[in-house]
Design a protein around this ligand. Sequence first.
Ligand SMILES: NC(=O)c1ccc[n+]([C@@H]2O[C@H](COP(=O)([O-])OP(=O)(O)OC[C@H]3O[C@@H](n4cnc5c(N)ncnc54)[C@H](O)[C@@H]3O)[C@@H](O)[C@H]2O)c1
Length: 332
Amino acid sequence: MVRVAIVGCSNLGRMHAKNYLQLPDAEVVAYCDLLDEPRAIMKKEVFDPAGVEPQAFDDFDRMVKDVQPDAVSLVLPHSLHYPFCMKCLNAGLHVLCEKPLVTETGHAVDLLAKAKETKRILEISFQSVYTANFQYMRDAIRKGDAGDIVYVHGHQYQGWLTNLAKKPEKKWRLKKDISGGGQLYDSGSHLLNGMLWATGLKPARVYAEIDNRTEEVDVCSSLSIRFDNGAVGSIAISGETWQPGMVSRLIITGTKLEFTLHHSGQDLKVYGPTGEVTPEVPENRTPQANFVNAILGKEEPLCPVEYGLTLAKFMDAVYESADQQKPVDIPV
Ligand SMILES: NC(=O)c1ccc[n+]([C@@H]2O[C@H](COP(=O)([O-])OP(=O)(O)OC[C@H]3O[C@@H](n4cnc5c(N)ncnc54)[C@H](O)[C@@H]3O)[C@@H](O)[C@H]2O)c1
């Protein structure tokens, strides 16, 4: 049995808790939030209906000392991911961290080294890549069924600024010192990680046009990418359109198959030279199920810390390119 604690009790923290409660090999033993209200909602909406009574805390260090969990789900603002992951690994805890793992390459390098040193699992909760459709697509690409990947395109747009204006508690996303970046690191990271995770390609060069509008962080971005295998890619992301929901499409084209789906993993279509192909997809998983199984040695972690390093290197180059207004090479 893996004894898990949840840190950060927002609606997403509650989803982590609900997913653990479905698992026969996991027990939620504690939850922590600085604020009373999210803790109270967590108890009322998640734990009371399930008939369980994990211990509540407003202080992470005290929780770890008193409860000594095996593993922690971190659902915190971005700049807290690095220090809290470090604390957890140093305390011998496995970590499932919300996306993005970090917002600078040096932090990802440190965390990768610390996870190896402590032999703990550090996994990123990019839930899209745990879906059946993303797993199918990655496996098809790895097996060579798609041929060589030659072209990747993604777009994503929504009324991100409009939505944030209605939710003051989420507005830390517009403060660079807390978020580390804007729409690219927020919902955009699902699209970017999905592209890199599924294709297995490494970006070798990027040219970025970024407009912060009147904010501290990126709101609208256009990226032109060259991958290590010579494939080209383009990404367009906007956080200032009118749609309350997220409009998104990722297209990955190989010499034999083309895949297209929403960055969340929904609505997969596969095409070959003779028309649409009906894919045989595996089962959907949750990040929490894979994390617990990985701790128990039953599965490999699907989105380990290495993907945080790949994304951070890419994102550092994206911001550098936008600042310098020229293409930037990305060290492998
Ligand atoms: N995977 C997804 O689809 C998805 C969706 C939403 C958010 N997220 C990610 O989840 C993370 C949190 O985002 P959110 O929207 O839930 O943020 P939020 O601000 O709504 O919630 C964060 C919670 O953490 C608590 N907190 C802050 N500092 C703390 C500390 N030191 N100790 C304990 N609790 C603390 C806050 O009180 C708050 O309740 C971010 O990484 C975000 O990108 C992912």
